[in-house]
Design a binder for this molecule. Structure first.
Ligand code: FEO
Length: 402
């Protein structure tokens, strides 16, 4: 394999030596229709250092890329910025093959790697702010706990003004292009936002603190090298501003109406509610869980101000497609949302009650009494749905005005 794959030069002293996963379509519930990359990087210092590794099945691809520039025995240090298996799956084997002088991770990373692999490899803990000399240049470590695991950390290479940011600023996008300026801006923003919504969103308060910490550290950044997707070298301030915006979770004049339907009654209601909200000048995204994936819903919710949810009642419960997206959304903890529930039923009507309870558990402010109908909505019920939409639009406008 050694002549098949090549390393790609990122900066004066750094090469990308990761792997491209063209076929992955699911990342623990997050759909990845465009695949992903697992990024590893070589720092060509006096003490050559490998930053992160790749998912276990991609070990040979990473090793081949490394061998395209150096012999494996020249690697003296390995740094694990994040223990999740897409970056550490082959780490024990790689340590055995390379036999570096030292392997480093955050203190929590050391424990996590031990709990993952239960082996005898020595991994040395580094502290927040600690500097590691590589001879002719230094690496500085910064703990970024809960972005998005407790072990996570950034590593900064001042010599090249390059931040190794592990999952932060990443995206699931398989491409042969390695840099942001080689990919259309709209693709970058969509993929980065989808990644943020599906992976980073619950940790938004920590993201804001980490961005402050980076600013306080005075690090000049010409490159951000994440563990997935392209390296940022053209629009560093743009992606940092987007992270500030997404983490800030400020509501906008946008409502997401999400529903699942059995015999189209809930669907008819959803359509009228969406129409009514739009008539009030609010942007609406109407999403049927019979058709769309949960990952697309959380992408839309990322910049919304209202979340309106509907379901038919099935065996005294909400439909399973709605249970799926509601549990997913609840875990991702979007904030600053108003909302309400609607639905239909045949002989009992638990769906609206259960949906409202999940919204309350998510700390979504319920701003309109729920609307429900037995069997098929007639005109009077559809008029109620229209009024329901107007109330939600008015409440959203009130919140946006304050
Ligand atoms: Fe890409 Fe949290 O692993």
């Amino acid at each position: 394999m050694s002549n098949v794959y090549s390393a790609i030069k990122v900066s004066d002293h750094v090469y990308w030596v990761g792997a491209i996963d063209w076929t992955i379509r699911d990342f623990h519930g997050y759909t990845t229709p465009h695949g992903s990359t697992y990024n590893a990087y070589l720092v060509m210092a006096d003490e050559i250092t490998l930053i992160d590794t790749v998912k276990a099945p991609f070990k040979e691809e990473m090793i081949a890329r490394i061998k395209s520039v150096i012999d494996l025995s020249q690697i003296k240090y390995i740094i694990s910025n994040h223990s999740e298996m897409d970056h550490s799956g082959c780490l024990p084997e790689v340590i055995d093959i390379i036999k570096p002088k030292k392997v480093f991770a955050s203190a929590v990373g050391v424990k996590t790697l031990q709990e993952l692999f239960h082996d005898q490899h020595e991994i040395i803990p580094v502290k927040d702010g600690e500097i590691l000399s590589l001879g002719n240049m230094d690496l500085t470590f910064m703990e970024t706990r809960m972005i998005h695991w407790p072990d996570s950390m950034f590593t900064y290479l001042a010599k090249d003004q390059l931040l190794f940011s592990q999952d932060a600023f990443g995206m699931h996008l398989a491409t042969l292009e390695r840099f942001d300026d080689e990919i259309p801006a709209a693709t970058l923003e969509y993929e980065a936002a989808t990644y943020y919504a599906n992976i980073v969103l619950p940790y938004s308060p920590v993201v804001l603190k980490a961005l402050e910490k980076v600013t306080k550290a005075g690090w000049k950044i010409k490159f951000i090298a994440p563990d997935h997707g392209p390296v940022w070298r053209k629009d560093i301030s743009g992606i940092i501003s987007l992270y500030q915006k997404w983490a800030g979770q400020k509501p906008t004049a946008k409502a997401v109406v999400v529903y699942a339907t059995m015999w189209h009654s809930t669907e008819k209601m959803a359509s009228v509610i969406a129409e009514s909200i739009a008539q009030e000048g609010i942007k609406v995204k109407l999403m049927s869980m019979n058709e769309v994936h949960r990952s697309e819903v959380v992408y839309e919710v990322l910049n919304a101000g209202a979340l309106i949810v509907g379901s038919s009642t099935l065996n005294n419960n909400i439909l399973p497609q709605m249970a799926d997206v509601m549990i997913y959304l609840k875990g991702l903890k979007p904030t600053n949302l108003i909302g309400a529930a609607f639905g239909s039923y045949g002989w009992s009507g638990e769906s609206v009650r259960d949906l409202e309870q999940i919204l309350k558990d998510m700390k979504v402010e319920i701003v309109a009494p729920s609307v429900s109908v037995k069997h098929v909505p007639d005109n009077s019920v559809l008029e109620k749905c229209h009024e329901f939409g107007k109330v939600i639009a008015a409440e959203l406008k009130k919140r946006l005005a304050t």
